[in-house]
Design a protein around this ligand. Structure first.
Ligand code: NAD
Length: 488
């Protein structure tokens, strides 16, 4: 029955999308048409939320915001339900679409990320704060900003888009996306499908808009648009810096380079399995994924045994050198800067491809490679986003935490420790001060997969809002009634 329903839903959506794609203009909303407000030169230039320029996309999202307000919490909830429902119904189709376009990561994990959208919080997350006393009643409410400009990464194009829509619209806003060019087609396809269904159920077009094609110019126009009240940026250091320099308030989910420490009290077999699960997930594209491991000398050899037993394959130092030479340009001044330049062609590559570069053949199904390195190796220093993790031998917990902190570069993003010693946990928690800190689990436990809690694909590390929720996209407003209003 459920399968039948989702088949019907998909067929209905596809028919709607194809029908609309055949016409040059989007169907004007009945709400907008009947109320006589601008039925919009700007909105009509888009097609199911897809616009060729930032100003038109933002103007259309602004009109949609005014319409959404009239539908109250029930309208927002409908949008959240639609996005969740479609992500579940189209998990395989969209996983394949994104994988075919971006050519990075692992198909099964693209699908899993779309299934995870189901677990995001919605409008119920917005709880007012009430105060009552001799002078009356005061309520602090979480209210929308208006239109949010959102930048998405190539590493999780549709999942970040869907996650941002849920959080942003649950809070009562509408949204304009400037996706990463490498994942822009699948993002635009998803926007068309979401808008078709949202307009069918709510009669409001352009609650979600996207600029196609996205460019650096359209990013700058989006930042400068008066229709955009707030930015949410999910990406690396370049875009975070650009957004923060724009003068617009920006919620920045920036880069990470998560270290993991394994001490002498850890359950080594579990630590090995957890690290493989996290670091190999989507070929280590996750910003929270374990990127370098510091293991205490006392258990170093035993940990490597467990790591191999759990399926990680070791590269020799010459094999690692061969991969490093392909993965980074370390010549001084490469790319106009002194830092090593990552070869984007190897980001999210399969472990077998990396092993091939090293001239090594690995068993079928190998998910993760590792190599022994010093703490200053480029694979430790840089956010490699590849299923190849360096393992560093350390003498004591203090050294492990110091090197882990250095390798994280103060991003305050994510870190992990495997230990039964609470003091070691506290030492690392205080030193790294990371947004996510997972003890005795894989990095994914930090987003509710194997640990308690909810997920989000935008973890606002740089600006400190943390794992984004609907609350992140709200303004706090205070409503005060003065008088003797108490019931008591
Ligand atoms: P990226 O920085 O290359 O691109 C992100 C977005 O920014 C894209 O839309 C891109 O087109 C745009 N962009 C890049 N440089 C820009 C500039 N100078 N001006 C304007 N726009 C610019 O990142 P990516 O490779 O797509 O994603 C991986 C990075 O994102 C990693 O550093 C990862 O840690 C980070 N990330 C962080 C989170 C988080 O929640 N904190 C989530 C996912 C990814």
């Amino acid at each position: 029955m459920q399968k039948q329903l989702s088949d019907d839903l998909i067929r209905g959506i596809v028919a709607d999308v194809l029908g609309n794609l055949n016409s040059d203009t989007a169907t004007p909303s009945s709400t907008a048409a009947s109320c006589g407000c601008r039925t919009t030169a700007s909105a009509s230039r888009g097609n199911l939320g897809v616009f060729s320029d930032a100003d038109s996309a933002a103007a259309a999202a602004r009109e949609a915001f005014e319409s959404l307000r009239k539908h109250g919490m029930e309208g927002r909830k409908k949008v959240v339900d639609i996005v969740k429902r479609i992500c579940t119904a189209k998990d395989e189709e969209w996983g394949k679409l994104e994988f075919a376009e971006t050519k990075i990561g692992r198909l099964e994990h693209k699908i899993a990320k779309l299934q995870g959208i189901q677990n995001l919080p919605g409008v119920e997350w917005l709880q007012p704060y009430g105060m009552t006393g001799d002078h009356g009643i005061t309520m602090e409410e979480q209210t929308p900003f208006g239109v949010v400009g959102a930048i998405t990464p190539v590493t999780h194009s549709i999942p970040t888009l869907a996650c941002n829509i849920i959080n942003i619209v649950a809070a009562g806003n509408t949204v304009v996306f400037n996706a990463h060019p490498g994942g822009a087609n699948c993002a635009a396809d998803a926007v068309r499908v979401f808008n078709t269904e949202i307009e069918r159920e709510l009669g409001i077009p352009n609650i979600v808009t996207i600029i196609d094609p996205p460019t650096l110019d359209s990013f700058n126009e989006l930042c400068a648009s008066e229709d955009v009240n707030l930015l949410v940026i999910t990406g690396g250091p370049g875009v975070v810096k650009a957004a923060m320099a724009s003068g617009k308030r920006a919620i920045c989910a920036g880069p990470g380079n998560p270290p993991v420490v394994v001490d002498e009290t850890a359950r080594l077999d579990k630590a090995a399995r957890d690290i493989i699960f996290g670091a190999a997930f989507d070929n280590n594209l996750l910003c929270i994924g374990e990127k370098q491991i510091f293991v205490l000398d006392k258990v170093y050899d035993s940990f490597l045994d467990e790591f191999r037993r759990a399926g990680a394959v070791q590269l020799t130092s010459s094999e690692l050198a061969a991969v490093t030479a392909e993965a980074f340009d370390t010549s001084a001044g490469a790319g106009g800067c002194s830092a090593p330049v990552l070869n984007r062609d190897l980001v999210g590559a399969d472990a077998s491809r990396l092993a091939g570069i090293a001239g090594k053949s690995v068993p079928a199904g190998t998910e993760l490679l590792f190599a022994e390195t010093d703490a200053d190796h480029v694979f430790v220093e840089e956010e490699q986003m590849m299923p190849l993790v360096p393992v560093v031998r350390v003498g004591c917990i203090e050294e492990a935490v110091r090197l882990a902190k250095e390798s994280e570069h103060g991003y305050k993003h994510s870190s992990m420790i495997h230990t039964l010693n609470v003091e070691h946990m506290t030492l690392m928690a205080k030193a790294l001060d990371s947004t996510l800190f997972v003890k005795n689990g894989s990095c994914l436990a930090g987003l509710g997969s194997g640990g308690e809690g909810y997920a989000s694909f935008s973890i606002a590390t740089t600006t400190g809002e943390g794992i984004t929720t609907p609350t992140t996209f709200t303004r706090k407003r205070r409503c005060v009634m003065v008088d003797n209003l108490n019931l008591f």
